[in-house]
Design a protein around this ligand. Structure first.
Ligand code: 6R9
Length: 647
């Protein structure tokens, strides 16, 4: 396709001037009207081992959903993120690592990154890892987490990173679901001065009878303490000590899977979303460059965790494909105190910071401490992701952290979308606080009502996306039917996001939050169904209903209604034990904030729990409970209101 002439400009790595709004509009229009030409041009930002022969072949109709980008093309993500930068830029810094404890940091050049990735890839090979095998990565925020991802990509093994805050139970479920052959972990992780027992969690997960697929566990020695290894476990440094620093990059089809990432939905267990190679990397690198107006040489800090999609796309793959210097921070921005964030910015001369509203609110809670003892003069752009940013947090981020001289880039997207979808482009888009502004190139958002009728102009409805884009997830691992049912069945021939959204009369989009049973707690996605199933697994609980309620720092808090098994004595200690149960069973991020015992839940005559009512009660909003006449026993609601927990 390279010989074809087209009018769409290829946006290259070294583009130094942001587009004007007029250019954005023109290019956006072209990206929608002639997607093949647009994405052909952008596809050329990568190095292909075999050129692609088709650009876009996609179908969104239920029963027949198929998403195929850059067919015929072969490439390797690891060589696009590393090798192609080596001839001219081997000594430039790829990763700056800032440790949890202040004053410890490390610069890793592209050459070092290459050597470390190749060594581990060779180590994995020696353990029998082949193209297509699944490798679970359960790591702290250390460079080795990125090495592990890139080493898998180099061999064509499919990684599945599990956030280091997840419990043994959650790890085991994910290992089983993706049938992982190898687990890569660390002795411990360090966050906010505390150490977490990662290896011990993996040991507990692997001890479960139903986990039979794992052949080896590789353990990175982060803490330098002696720790006995079990059978089928090997230290990372032993595995790699004699490995060569070169390793051929496996030619991968554009549609070969790159990774599986589990995320919560409104029903059932977390889904393993599958992202593939070519389209994902084109989208990750193009969005990273355009949205943040990234210029070579700048220091870019995405303060997410590699366990989430933001860490995949905007700490590792997007920035490294663009030869950026990406900062990886092991700790939390409030440790040892709120000044840490400014100190990191000054010490490493950070130009772009990308974080979540929940972190901003946590900093804001300590007044202006975050701005003390640092200048933050290098900062140019401040990004936000994960949840709607409320105006107070927006202004505080802008005025205090950014000293009113940075742009605030509020990016809306999802694990499923692979990269940012509705977002300003730095230097291009006129901002409105709290709005994610306009769609990225190739993205066709629309608002629909409950019946699927498209709503025009200034309006509010459910957010759908009308056509495919290269970064989107292709399927749910092992369950394409569930993929179609979850995203392509609510409305015909479109992707349903699960979010509500408003559009104002200037065409700006304002995300209002989830319209399904997914909670967003401190920017972490949690399904109410998952928490409920953990609760009812407790021997004293008969039934449970979980809803979100507005929380000043977390965005949403977790409010739990539970009915005890008859004969149970409800005590403070039992309530505490239940909180601990969920914490251990799922993850500390799923710990209930409020637990209300009740003798009954509001149910329809057909037995469905009416969460709508429980949500209102949890939000202290009793005035409009809506129609309760369909309830089997309306008096249950009065009792729940009487016994509600005060916040
Ligand atoms: C990238 C990421 C996705 C859900 C999404 C939405 C919420 C993300 C947002 C936002 C408002 C933003 N969300 N960014 N809401 N404004 N800028 O967060 O992925 O963990 O899958 O969460 O997060 O509700 O549907 P993920």
């Amino acid at each position: 396709m390279t010989s074809k002439s087209y009018s769409i400009p290829k946006i290259n790595h070294n583009q130094s001037n942001p587009l004007t709004m007029e250019q954005y509009k023109e290019l956006y229009k072209a990206s929608i009207e002639t997607p093949d030409e647009f994405w052909d041009a952008q596809g050329q930002r990568l190095d292909w081992m075999t050129p692609y022969t088709k650009v876009k072949q996609t179908r969104f109709n239920k029963g027949n959903v198929n998403i195929d980008w850059y067919a015929g093309g072969k490439l390797n993500v690891s060589s696009n993120c590393i090798d192609r930068h080596l001839s001219q830029h081997a000594d430039e810094t790829a990763i700056i690592w800032e440790a949890d404890s202040p004053g410890h940091s490390q610069h890793i050049s592209y050459q070092q990154l290459h050597d470390e990735v190749c060594k581990l890839a060779n180590g994995l090979k020696s353990l029998g890892v082949n193209k297509g095998d699944r490798v679970v990565i359960y790591m702290p925020m250390v460079p080795e987490a990125a090495y592990a991802m890139l080493a898998c990509a180099r061999l064509g093994a499919i990684h599945s990173v599990i956030f280091a805050g997840f419990s043994p139970h959650a790890i085991a479920d994910r290992i089983i679901d993706c049938e992982a052959k190898i687990v890569i972990t660390s002795d411990i992780s360090k966050r906010g001065g505390k150490s977490l027992p990662l290896k011990a969690n993996v040991d507990e997960a692997l001890a479960r009878d139903d986990v039979t697929c794992v052949e080896q566990t590789i353990i990175f020695n982060h803490d330098d303490v002696e720790m006995p290894l079990l059978d089928k476990q090997i230290w990372w440094h032993k595995l790699t000590e004699n490995c060569a620093v070169t390793c051929p990059a496996e030619p991968m089809d554009a549609e070969d899977p790159l990774f599986i990432l589990y995320t919560s939905g409104s029903t059932g267990q977390p889904k393993g979303l599958v992202h593939t190679t070519g389209g994902y990397l084109v989208y990750a690198s193009l969005t990273h460059q355009m949205i943040f107006d990234y210029k070579p040489g700048e220091v870019y800090w995405c303060a997410a965790d590699v366990g989430w999609v933001t860490g995949h796309t905007y700490i590792v793959y997007g920035p490294l494909a663009n030869r950026a210097t990406t900062l990886m921070f092991e700790g939390v921005p409030t440790y040892p105190d709120e000044r840490r964030i400014g100190q990191i910015i000054d010490n490493h001369k950070v130009n772009i910071l990308y974080t979540a509203p929940t972190a901003i609110r946590a900093l804001m809670a300590k007044g202006n401490l975050a701005a003390q003892d640092s200048h933050r003069d290098t900062l140019r752009i401040l990004g936000s992701v994960g949840e709607p940013i409320n105006p107070e947090a927006w202004h505080w981020y802008n005025d205090v952290v950014g000293k009113s001289k940075c742009e605030i880039i509020d990016t809306w997207w999802q694990t499923e979308t692979g990269g940012a979808m509705i977002t300003p482009l730095a230097g291009t888009t006129k901002l409105k606080p709290g709005s994610a502004t306009f769609p990225f190139f190739g993205i066709q958002p629309a608002l629909v009502d409950a019946e699927g009728n498209e709503l025009e102009g200034e309006n509010e409805g459910n957010l759908i996306i009308k056509d495919s884009w290269p970064g989107q997830a292709r399927t749910i691992y092992g369950d394409h039917k569930r993929f179609e049912e979850t995203y392509f069945s609510a409305y015909e021939n479109v992707y349903f996001t699960g979010d509500g959204c408003k559009r104002d009369n200037d065409g700006y989009y304002w995300i209002t939050g989830r319209v399904d049973d997914v909670l967003n707690v401190s920017g972490h996605r949690l399904g109410t169904a998952e928490i409920e199933s953990s609760l009812v697994a407790h021997e004293k609980i008969a039934e449970a209903a979980v809803v979100g309620y507005p929380h000043d720092i977390k965005g949403q808090g977790i409010y739990v209604y539970i009915t005890p098994i008859s004969g149970t004595e409800v005590t403070e200690d039992l309530t505490k034990a239940i909180r601990e149960w969920v914490r251990h069973d799922l993850s500390p991020i799923a710990t209930p904030d409020m637990i209300q015992w009740t003798n009954g839940l509001p149910k329809t005559r057909s037995g469905k729990i009416m969460r709508r009512i429980l949500r209102k009660i949890a939000a202290n909003d009793y005035a409009q409970l809506g129609d309760t006449s369909t309830l089997a026993d309306p008096s249950v609601v009065d009792t729940i209101i009487e016994n509600r927990l005060n916040r």
